[in-house]
Design a protein. Sequence first.
Length: 168
Amino acid sequence: MASLQILLFDVRDTRCAIRRKAVREILPVPNLWRPPATPRPVAGFFSLGGTAVAVVRLDILFGLDEGKTHNHADLYGHLMQVDAPGSGNPLALLVDRVVDLREIDDRRLSPLRETGTLNGCVEAEIDMDGRLVHLLSLDKILFAEEQQAIAALGAKAQDRLGEWAVAD
């Protein structure tokens, strides 16, 4: 029996999972800065050890926001820090709440019934005690064009941080 570690999380009442190895760390939502003309799915940026990290709202990417605003000061909101696909730059995914870390038998993974679910990034479905959970593929969460745009915005945000650096 092969096992798989997954992180369970919620995005607007939709239970999702991602492979544990794809996530560097879980963070509380810090104060974010959002440059003008930033695309709507980008909640903003924060500095992590002097590195500008883009924060992407999964609810908007998946079409689950229904025009609602997300309260970034929500005590239960979490960021899942990952390496941005294609670039290796840090990226954070904003979710309503990270719920649990579980180890499951990979035989519990089921093939997809619908390929368009959640922006096409679902790689499998998991039956978790009668509740369907979508296992997301980190590589498919952002389209190539979105990855490039976030990388360009991240470079500008990093330049902004650099302007505030104080020499020792």
